[in-house]
Design a protein around this ligand. Structure first.
Ligand code: PXP
Length: 237
């Protein structure tokens, strides 16, 4: 199973100060050193974290692993994808007010727009993945729309507890299995952390997991001690 690391929230911290640090491109390089099989950046319409120049730089410097561009299926984003040429594109729904992607694509409502984006992007040789809820109908529509891959939304599973979590895990498993059976490559992601990932790893036929927040959070804890020690040394106390 592959691990794609989402570095958006490195840019979230940088944008809080409109500074140059921390740099998501540098974080991507460190993630690759740590064994990441892929890097994901989500260029949002409001540019709240990743900026256009980050995407251009990350494309220049991420060559040996898969660069996944997450984006809304808009004309602007399709134009950017064709110019930057990531290794794959994941289409996600986007709402301005949301803190993070809240659910899978509404394929019934936006099918036409999504199909157009798939045709243009895949026509230029980049595979497209659709971020969808763990529902059999959505898996089947994804295939009909011509996507190469799907990413099954694990956010509800990740946030649920006890019985509800077990039920949601079953839905994820069924969706993965159906997607695999009809010839889609299957990824999964959202809300996964060092604990809840264990049940997902046990599902066969998942190609890769896309994880961001929990890895960024862990990297702060793991790095804080050394960062303070170095500053103390400089201060000389
Ligand atoms: N997959 C998709 C489609 C996402 O939108 C996100 C969040 O940017 C992730 C995976 C990663 O989610 P998290 O940050 O909760 O690990």
């Amino acid at each position: 199973m592959l691990l794609g690391v989402n570095v958006d929230h490195i840019a979230t911290v940088r944008e809080a100060r409109k500074d140059v640090e921390p740099d998501p491109v540098k974080a991507a390089e460190l993630a690759i050193k740590g064994g990441a099989d892929g890097i994901t950046v989500h260029l949002r319409e409001d540019r709240r974290h990743i900026q256009d120049r980050d995407l251009i730089e990350v494309r220049k410097r991420v060559k040996k692993v898969e660069l996944n561009l997450e984006m809304a299926a808009t004309d602007e984003m399709v134009r950017i994808a064709l110019k930057v040429r990531p290794d794959m594109v994941t289409l996600v729904p986007e709402k301005r007010a949301e803190l993070t992607t809240e659910g899978g694509l509404d394929l019934k409502k936006s099918g036409k727009k999504i199909k157009k984006a798939i045709d243009v992007i895949q026509g230029k040789g980049m595979p497209v993945s659709l971020f969808i809820n763990p529902a059999i109908a959505d898996v089947e529509i994804s295939k009909q729309l011509g996507a190469t891959m799907v990413e099954i939304h694990t956010g509800i599973y990740s946030n649920a507890k006890g019985k509800k979590q077990i039920e949601e895990l079953k839905r994820v498993k069924k969706a993965v299995s159906r997607a695999h059976d009809i010839g889609l490559l299957v990824n999964a992601g959202h809300g996964l952390n060092y604990t809840n990932v264990k049940n997902i790893i046990a599902i066969k036929d998942i190609r890769g997991l896309y994880i961001g927040h929990s890895i960024v959070a862990r990297s702060v804890y793991d790095g804080m001690e050394n960062a303070v020690r170095e500053m103390k040394k400089l201060i000389g106390v």
